[in-house]
Design a protein around this ligand. Structure first.
Ligand code: PMP
Length: 363
């Protein structure tokens, strides 16, 4: 088999190698059922077992009480941009949005298709290089919810703490879910596409507090069945066919996370990995981090060189050296190293050594 590269891709991103091996070993026959996971019914006992086990691992990892529902939906985080307001934004009310990057901006834009969505704070004027200071937020105490994006995959910024507000929090945690412990009080709903920290593309994890489920469907008459959280949370029988294979893989990643020691171990590991890379970026000034230091993301490390030509050269040489996926998002350019949970620390060490050598030759 060809050797695996260190995969710095922003997503779909790196998965634990042991999970990939386990998946391979369970194809073409899953356990003793005589067929593969790709071919079984979503109403079969093996599927029910694996989905319940994935949910229970997730509950344990997050320390979630029973008043939370876990949904495995489709349509990506992008559909959640629309589904959230469709379920929770009342005709005579409004919701607040903290706009800290392109994804947060898209979430706000979709909410405007539904109703009144206010921008309570934005860092767009500063090219999304920071998280707006809490003192500048213009919050509506009567908002149906406050939506924020915990980690900005493109611009490399991250909320360090859960915002302390009086309305239910709705969080797009697509690019840092399960990367560190999280305090659950205050949240009404958290959603995340699986393809960064949790599994392959194709499933979106939505966790939703019980009282929000009953509040969902504020526009009941016009709420399409497939887009109602209550339909997915309360139906004893699955409403439609879920992404069976992706959910199976997510379950294996959850087990892997537990075996690593859970979210506090992941949090420390992620701090150490990102810390090493930021230390190299700050070492001489040859590299320049793009995010304000206190808001730097532990998941997506964004930086630049003095010219685009030099950036292109670094990407080309890094790829040849087995360090893949370092180009920044096409909207902003530059460089981006995504260091999701499954990204190994040796890969960071190799990148740092490569960057030192690149500077020696080109500095
Ligand atoms: N939110 C964030 C923070 C993201 O990084 C992304 C994808 N990169 C999305 C939303 C969109 O997710 P999806 O492609 O699953 O719709």
């Amino acid at each position: 088999m060809a050797e695996r590269q260190f995969n710095f891709s922003a997503g779909p991103g790196v998965l634990p190698e042991s999970v990939l091996t386990e998946i391979a070993s369970e194809l073409p026959v899953y356990k003793d059922i005589g067929t593969s996971i790709l071919e079984i019914s979503h109403r079969s006992a093996p599927y029910t077992e694996l989905v319940e086990s994935a949910k229970s691992s997730l509950r344990q990892l997050l320390g979630m009480e029973d008043d939370w529902h876990i949904l495995f939906l489709q349509g990506g985080a992008s559909l959640q941009f629309y589904q959230v307001p469709l379920n929770f934004l009342p005709k005579d009310g409004s919701a607040d949005y903290i706009v800290t990057g392109s994804w947060a901006k898209k979430a706000h834009k979709e909410a405007l298709f539904v109703g009144d969505a206010r921008v309570a704070a934005s860092s767009e004027a500063d090219s999304f290089s920071h998280i707006p200071d809490r003192a500048t937020w213009n919050l509506n105490p009567d908002a149906a919810y406050l939506h924020y994006t915990s980690n900005n995959t493109i611009f490399g910024t991250q909320f360090k703490d859960v915002p302390d507000v009086s309305v239910p929090l709705v969080c797009d945690a697509s690019s840092d879910f399960l990367s560190k412990p999280i305090r659950m009080d205050g949240f009404g709903l958290i959603y995340a596409g699986a393809q960064k920290n949790m599994g392959p593309a194709g499933v979106t994890i939505v966790i939703i507090r019980d009282d929000l489920v009953s509040r969902s469907g504020v526009r009941k008459a016009s709420l399409p069945t497939m887009l109602s959280y209550a339909v997915h949370a309360e139906n004893k029988s699955l409403y439609n066919t879920p992404a069976v294979f992706a959910i199976y893989a997510v379950g294996l990643v959850m087990k892997w996370l537990s075996a690593q020691g859970g979210l506090s171990v992941m949090g420390k590991r992620n701090e150490r990995k990102a810390g090493k890379l930021y230390a190299e970026i700050d070492r001489t000034g040859f590299y320049r981090g793009t995010a304000r230091k206190e808001d730097r993301s532990l998941m997506n490390v964004t930086f630049r060189l003095s010219s685009e030509a030099l950036e292109k050269l670094l990407i080309k040489e890094a790829t040849a050296a087995g360090l893949d996926g370092l180009e920044g998002h096409r909207a902003v350019g530059g460089l981006r190293a995504s260091l999701y949970n499954a990204f190994p620390e040796e890969g960071v060490d190799e990148l740092v050594a490569f960057m030192k050598e690149f500077e020696r030759r080109n500095g």
